[in-house]
Design a protein around this ligand. Structure first.
Ligand SMILES: Cc1cc2nc3c(=O)[nH]c(=O)nc-3n(C[C@H](O)[C@H](O)[C@H](O)COP(=O)(O)OP(=O)(O)OC[C@H]3O[C@@H](n4cnc5c(N)ncnc54)[C@H](O)[C@@H]3O)c2cc1C
Length: 432
């Protein structure tokens, strides 16, 4: 068994999650009615896990599905930039699990999984109780890397919030932006690839610019990037120029954007061994990322920090009864996005139901669409179709695409409406 003391696990997942786990673990799971053979446990109630749980029940109603998630309310990262821009509230991005329980008969346990025994097919919860499984789905999202820069530790996020997991961090960054003086500098440090939501940092810069334009028009936004190019770059940069003039400056890695040291007390970040230093009034440091802690302590990651899977079924290459989906997985050409996690949730549900019924998996088509708001009336998008081919998930040539470079204001406004429609659709599909 992958044994892990509760204290050690809590240190690893961080104090915030630990508190949530401790306050939420009042009930012991009822294992008295377990039926071996058709018990599926799902870890994590984000878009990956919630969708997998729901579709397991839709595809195989006789399967016992248990979803384990410490948070009673999950805030989506998608839409969290809109909160920073002042065009949405935290309540607008809140999702709960009541519908999954009442409409689909999924058992939801509010707790944290602290250990997985792949030999005995058993998970251990933070209250010490255990739960058997025939198949396990893991969708624990991301964790941050302490080696992101010299001086970086989890405590830095109290001063320089990442806000890359929605919730208290989003609220902290929001408060800091509201308290920032007009004429101040907002610095965002964007991570290198691979990371959760490739267009996310640039939508965030757009939304903050939208807020500044109305309330603090003399302010600056500096994006210090650990890479040379980014998703939908041409569309973002054209939109920034058109809507915000020179307010947003983007610095790529080879021109001083590669941050190698942070000093949270001095609110300063450094690049090129200290040659360049950047002081901000508000600093949004988005660290490098890796698979969620439970995937790592369960031995499901390789030396990249992410989980290698059979990309036909998302069964782990290391422990085949465990399927890893969403941001934690290595999913070929699919980006780490909520849409990908939702799509993979359906794929894994179908693969598990077929496996429990003794059938071979089908070769699926997968999709991802990512909308970004450059302003509330200016939306842009990228869409792709994927197929499992020759051992991995590959993009289908000629399917999908990005928004046109030259589009009318009406077209951009229509895409902004589609972005809001996408949010409504994906959250309904995942949580209700
Ligand atoms: C600012 C921002 C904007 C974004 N915008 C978009 C967008 O427009 N479109 C899009 O498609 N994607 C977007 N994303 C990306 C999207 O949010 C993620 O890709 C998605 O949330 C991944 O889903 P997941 O299920 O893998 O992980 P998560 O959503 O992180 O869910 C993981 C869940 O697992 C739980 N968990 C972790 N460990 C344990 C454990 N040990 N026991 C029990 N539960 C556990 C956690 O509490 C969490 O609720 C955005 C991300 C950010 C940061």
């Amino acid at each position: 068994m992958t044994q892990f003391t509760r204290r050690k696990f809590i240190q690893m997942v961080g104090a915030g999650s630990a508190t949530a786990a401790l306050t939420a673990c009042g009930t012991s799971p009822d294992t008295s009615t377990k039926q071996f053979g058709r018990n599926v446990v799902v870890i994590g109630g984000g878009p990956g896990g919630a969708t997998a749980a729901k579709y397991l029940k839709r595809f195989g109603n006789d399967i016992n599905v248990t979803l384990i998630e410490p948070k009673a309310t999950y805030h989506t990262c998608f839409g969290s930039n809109w909160v920073l821009g002042g065009i949405a509230e935290m309540a607008d991005i809140a999702q709960t699990y009541g519908q999954l329980q009442s409409a689909y008969g999924i058992k939801v346990i509010a707790d944290t999984v602290t250990g997985v025994d792949p030999e005995r097919n058993m998970v251990t919860l933070s209250n010490g109780s255990t739960l058997p499984y025939d198949k396990l789905v893991m969708s624990p999202g991301i964790d941050f890397r302490e080696d992101s820069a010299e001086g970086y530790s989890k405590a830095v996020a109290d001063k320089m919030p990442h806000a890359w997991q929605a919730g208290p961090q989003t609220e902290l960054l929001h408060r800091q932006l509201q308290a920032m003086p007009n004429g101040g500098t907002f610095i965002m440090v964007a991570p290198g690839n691979p990371f959760r939501c490739p267009p996310g940092p640039y939508e965030r810069a757009s939304m903050v610019a939208h807020y500044f334009k109305q309330h603090k028009p003399r302010s600056k936004i500096l994006i210090l990037d650990n890479k040379e190019k980014f998703s939908k770059q041409g569309l973002f940069m054209a939109g920034w120029k058109e809507l915000y003039g020179d307010m947003i400056e983007w610095v790529p890695s080879t021109r001083g954007g590669q941050i190698d040291r942070v000093d949270a007390d001095k609110m300063t970040v450094y690049s090129d061994g200290g040659i360049n230093q950047f002081k901000g009034d508000v600093i949004n440091f988005i660290p490098r990322q890796q698979a969620g802690a439970i995937a790592r302590v369960s031995g499901l990651t390789n030396d990249t920090g992410w989980c290698p899977v059979n990309q036909l079924t998302f069964a782990s290459n290391i422990h085949p009864d465990i399927h890893v989906i969403g941001d934690s997985s290595i999913a070929g050409a699919m980006p780490k996005s909520g849409h990908s996690a939702n799509t993979q949730g359906k794929l894994v549900a179908a693969a598990i139901v077929r496996a429990l019924d003794g059938q071979d998996p089908v070769v699926p088509s997968l999709t991802n669409t990512c909308y970004s708001l450059v302003s509330p009336d200016h939306g842009i998008s990228v869409a792709a179709v994927y197929r499992f081919d020759d051992g991995s998930i590959k993009g289908v040539a000629g399917a999908g695409g990005v928004s046109p470079a030259n589009a009318t204001k009406e077209f951009r406004a229509q895409e902004a409406n589609y972005a809001r429609g996408w949010y409504a659709a994906i959250t309904k599909d995942s949580w209700s």
